[in-house]
Design a protein around this ligand. Sequence first.
Ligand code: SF4
Length: 347
Amino acid sequence: MTQQRKAVALISGGLDSLLAARVMLEQGIHVEGINFFTGFCVEGHTHAIRKQDKVKPKRNNALWSAEQLGIKLHIIDIVEEYKDVLLNPKHGYGSNMNPCLDCKIFMVHKALEWAQKKGFDFIITGEVVGQRPMSQRKDTMPVVARESGAQDRLLRPLCAKNLPPTLPEREGWVDRDRLYGFSGRNRKPQMALAKQFGFEDYASPAGGCCFLTDEAYARKLVDLWKGRGKREYEMDDIMLLKVGRHIRPAPHYKLIVSREEGENNFLMGYRKQFIHLFTTSHPGPLVLLDGEPGEADLELVARITARYSQGKMAEAVTVEIHFPDGTLRTLEVAPLPPIEVKKEWMV
Ligand code: SF4
């Protein structure tokens, strides 16, 4: 009897990793998935909060993929270990703060460790040659295989025919003829294969698999480090960068202003860690203040809070400022006219 070989699949929740895993299942391989949680994942976050995204399904696409495939999914938290990948990427960043090449190397390496511990034979990813400018180029794909330590135990079923045969192909665990030779940014071959397999309603992320590829998010992250004078972050920081309008009127503090009810509710959970403000004379946003404002800053902060309330046209708006020690200050202020909200304050 031939031994059934086992592969661990990196499952991002996107179409490519779904297809790659399915191609392996078609060949009788036992597949289990791993989804790494870095804290920056796009999965079900802001569209679970914001009204404008309410039509998007509020689901975890990695779990959805596993369910479609009928495989086990292991969700692994790598938030702490990932910090070094993001802060010190050997291969640098992509167009924003995305360290895609180091990220891929790290994830494949973690998958390899997992595979070795659990007695799995090889690793599969949904990578396609030429699809992404940094980690999925013909010259960088071998770098991922080499630097992750996976070497030729890393198989990319969707573009394997464009790459040298890997161990699973050479050993006959998988049939190379039934793998694919996709390349480039054209998504049509993947869509056709999805149709063939009967997959509908799959996620189609526009940029990448995480917020680090998002220009606005990357800008806020860099601003956070600049404001703190050091490049570090905690989980709360990266969650808060996904929510609200971020305004930095001075280098030593910034405001996070909720834009709608969902964000308001989300920020409520963080209010006790921050100085926070809200208007009491008119409906308005919850505002978190991150930093160390001086006494002289409080009036401006209250006026900005009033400007984003429904009292923005009123002569005076009452604003409560709550401090983390439980003390409270109430100010009656004139809302800051929009023209005085400086463009350079907007992060
Ligand atoms: S988009 Fe994000 S999660 Fe995906 S490879 Fe790049 S850095 Fe990693």
